[in-house]
Structures are given as structure tokens and as C-alpha cells.
Design a binder for this molecule. Structure first.
Ligand SMILES: *Cc1c(COP(=O)(O)O)cnc(C)c1O
Ligand SMILES: [Zn+2]
Length: 427
């Protein structure tokens, strides 16, 4: 097998736009941009440090507003080269922010309720946002094979993005995922491997693979490219604020799998404040989990700083990470902003999927049932203020998790005549 040359961590010649270096979230140690994810000093997670110093607020705002109707309008704030929009990629983002007045009425929200509907992305989940950043990093570091450990949606997003970018893909999922996700992941022609185990087993396997000659020359979007990948979630924060007229909502309800999305939405909001693009006002971040995989929620309620791993057992498979890497940071953010972390049962997830569909015409996957269900619960227990604005994330498409709502179907079966129609009581 041909060995690829991968840029070393000391190669500062890579052009990833405003990304200046990697810096450790724990100790602040800085290293040049490279395909590394853990601090050599303290093993803390590395994240992108930017140089935004050259930006003038109003010029930046104009440049963004004149940009394409996808995440690349925010290219000046992402670890991507300036000409990113001209390259073959999936162009995700700029999904609808739906003013959910019917749902607001049902839940008693008077301050404005919105659903950020990320089922509208190219592979029908929010994962296209993060994978798009990883593809640029893979290009910059010379990788020709993309890989990942996935709870389902990521595998599809990687398969599609690799196909478009002309890269090979080989992705790993738990063997027992929903058929919709398996087909979505396989259809783009890459290799799809089912692992006999849960996501945490898949993830452990990938960590082993990356240390082996078989995987060392691969770009794992959520392992060695994770610092770049993770930044894609900031675009949710940017879009929500821009779509609200450059305003931060009072309250956001965000699903938690590894916790990466939630922490980067907070990072995105902080950047908008520092850049002067939005007014610096308080906001509360709420994390949402399914009871059958609720390690962060359990830690939050117990007042703990550490997250005890769980063995997941829930229909919300896209969120079924029992040992979430960013769990402690999620706890920090929920506590610092005055939010909370809450969980709902699988039954409440299904009820919430149906509630959202019936009120707003949005068919969410189980992760969307988790956020809507948690929103309802947090309003009921007084932690979300219904007189203030709320943005709820729907991060995936219900067509991928049809099993969750099996039994939903025909109102009646009739013979093709009026008599039969009347007999059915529908006239
Ligand atoms: C991956 C995923 C998330 C969030 O995952 P994090 O690991 O917490 O960033 C949310 N919703 C869906 C549908 C997902 O697939
Ligand atoms: Zn460190």
C-alpha cells in the first residue's frame, strides 16, 4: 500500500484561513496546525485558535451577508481557505429557522419559539456542517482516505462529502443501526463497516486503528481531524443569530451526543460577541439527552464535574454516546450560562416527534424528539422562561428513524366507494 505524506505538525505553511494554531483547552499550550487532537503537555483536547484581529465589524458583517446561502458565508470565521466555496463540497447550512407559533401555543411560550431545522442539510443531518470542515483539513494535510466512528448520521455525511471531494471513505458504525442510516451511509459508494458493539466500542476501535499501520494515514474526521471538524458546529450559532437579525436568543436547547456541538455553539456565540456582530447579552444553554443515554444529565443533576460513562439503551441512537468526550465542558457551559441539562424517556421522545410534526409540519429524527421533549419538560419545571425567546435544534430527519414511530400509518383502509368511506366515519 502506498504511504501518504502527511504534513508534520511543525508545518505552518498550511492555509486554513484565519486558523492560526491549535491550542489546548486545558492548559493553553499552542502547537502549529496539524492533524493532532491531544495536548502533548497534558492530554487535554486541542482546539483552533484564530487570528481575527484584522476584521472590521461592519465590513465583516457586509461580507457575510453578501456571501453564499450556506456555511461558507462564515468562511472568515472558520478553519478553511478563503477560496473554499469554489472547491467541490456539499455546501451545507443556511437551514431554516422556523418560527414555531403553533408549537409555542401548545407549550405556552410567549417570548418567541423557533426551530432551527438542520434536517434540511444535504445528507439530512447537522453532520454535514462538521464534515465540511474536516474535508478542508484533510485536503490541507494531504489525506486521501476519510474515516470516522459514527452513530449513523456522520457515516452518511462522510460518505457523501468524500464522494464529492474525490476522496476514498471507509467508515465504522455499530452494526445494529436504523436501516435508513445504514443505507444513507452505504449509498455513496464508500466502505461501510459494522462493528459488533455500541458506539463507544466503535470509537475505541478507531483509536486503535489510527495507531496501526492500517489506519495511520487516514483522516478520521472525529479523531485526528476533530479540532477542525468541531468548528463546523459554530455555524449553527452564527446562522441562528444572523437569522434573528444579528441577535442572540435568550435560550437555546441543544442535543448532546459527545457534547461537541453544544460546546462549539457556545464558542460561536462568544466569538460573535467579541467581534461586535451581536450585542453582548446573557443567554442560557440547555443540553438535551435521552434517559437511556444520559451521562451528562445525570452528572448535572448530581452536581458533579465528572461524567460517569453509561451503557446506552435508547431509540435516540444518534445521541447514544455513553462516554461523551466533551461532557465536562457541557456541564461548565450549562452552569455558567444559567441553563441546565435534562433528559426524557423514549416514550416522551416519540410523543415530541409527533407533537412537532402535528404542530409545525417538521418530521424530526429521534434527536429532535429529544430536544423538543426536553424543552417541554424544562418549561413545565420552570427552568425555561416561556416569556423569553427559545431556539430548539432539530438536528436530523425523521425519515432516517422511521422505526421510532412505527404504528403511525393509515387512518382507515376502505373499498373504493363512497359507502365504504362513510362507514369509516370520515365524511
Ligand atoms: C451527531 C449528532 C448530534 C450531536 O453530536 P455531538 O457529538 O454532541 O456534537 C446531534 N444530533 C444528531 C442527529 C447527530 O447525528
Ligand atoms: Zn494541555
Amino acid at each position: 500500500m502506498a504511504v501518504q505524506t502527511v504534513a508534520s505538525t511543525t508545518d505552518s505553511a498550511v492555509d486554513l484561513g484565519p486558523a492560526a494554531a491549535l491550542s489546548c483547552r486545558e492548559c493553553g499550550h499552542r502547537v502549529p496546525l496539524g492533524p493532532v487532537f491531544a495536548c502533548e503537555e497534558c492530554f487535554g483536547p486541542l482546539e483552533i485558535a484564530y487570528d481575527f484581529s484584522a476584521y472590521d465589524t461592519e465590513e465583516l458583517r457586509k461580507r457575510i451577508e453578501a456571501g453564499p446561502a450556506n456555511i461558507w458565508r462564515y468562511a472568515p470565521l472558520l478553519p478553511v481557505p478563503a477560496d473554499v466555496a469554489t472547491k467541490p463540497n456539499m455546501n451545507p447550512g443556511w437551514t431554516k429557522l422556523v418560527k414555531a407559533d403553533n408549537l409555542a401555543r401548545e407549550l405556552g411560550v410567549t417570548g418567541g419559539l423557533y426551530v432551527k431545522d438542520d434536517s434540511g442539510n444535504p445528507t439530512h443531518s447537522f453532520k454535514d456542517r462538521v464534515v465540511a470542515q474536516a474535508v478542508e483539513a484533510a485536503r490541507a494535510f494531504g489525506y486521501t482516505t476519510l474515516s470516522c466512528s459514527s452513530t449513523g448520521n456522520l457515516a452518511g455525511a462522510v460518505g457523501a462529502a468524500a464522494a464529492r471531494a474525490g476522496l476514498r471513505s471507509c467508515v465504522f458504525i455499530p452494526h445494529d443501526l436504523e436501516q435508513g442510516k445504514v443505507v444513507m451511509a452505504a449509498i455513496y459508494g464508500g466502505e461501510l463497516v459494522g462493528i459488533e458493539g455500541n458506539y463507544d466500542d466503535v470509537n475505541r476501535f478507531c483509536s486503535e486503528l489510527i495507531g496501526d499501520s492500517a489506519g495511520e494515514s487516514w483522516g478520521f474526521v472525529n479523531v485526528n481531524l476533530r479540532p477542525y471538524y468541531a468548528e463546523g458546529s459554530k455555524t449553527l450559532a452564527y446562522e441562528i443569530c444572523e437569522q434573528l437579525g444579528w441577535r442572540i436568543p435568550d435560550q437555546l436547547v441543544i442535543p448532546i451526543a459527545s457534547g461537541s456541538q453544544l460546546t462549539k455553539i457556545d464558542k460561536g456565540l462568544q466569538e460573535l460577541i467579541k467581534l461586535g456582530l451581536v450585542e453582548d447579552r446573557p443567554y442560557k444553554i440547555f443540553g438535551a439527552q435521552a434517559e437511556g443515554c444520559s451521562p451528562v444529565s445525570v452528572a448535572y443533576k448530581a452536581g458533579h464535574d465528572v461524567v460517569r460513562p453509561q451503557k446506552p439503551n435508547t431509540i435516540a441512537k444518534s445521541l447514544a454516546i455513553g462516554n461523551p468526550a466533551d461532557g465536562p465542558y457541557v456541564l461548565d457551559i450549562a452552569r455558567r450560562t444559567g441553563g441546565a441539562v435534562e433528559d426524557v424517556t423514549d416514550e416522551q421522545v416519540v410523543d415530541a416527534i409527533k407533537l412537532l410534526a402535528r404542530t409545525e409540519g417538521i418530521f424530526a429524527e429521534t434527536a429532535g424528539g429529544v430536544t423538543v421533549g426536553v424543552t417541554k419538560k424544562l418549561i413545565e419545571n420552570g427552568l425555561i422562561d416561556p416569556a423569553k425567546s427559545v431556539v430548539v435544534l432539530n438536528t436530523g430527519d425523521g425519515l432516517k428513524t422511521l422505526d421510532a414511530v412505527a404504528g403511525t400509518g393509515l387512518t382507515a383502509t376502505i373499498r373504493p366507494n363512497l359507502e365504504s368511506f362513510r362507514e369509516a366515519g370520515l365524511a
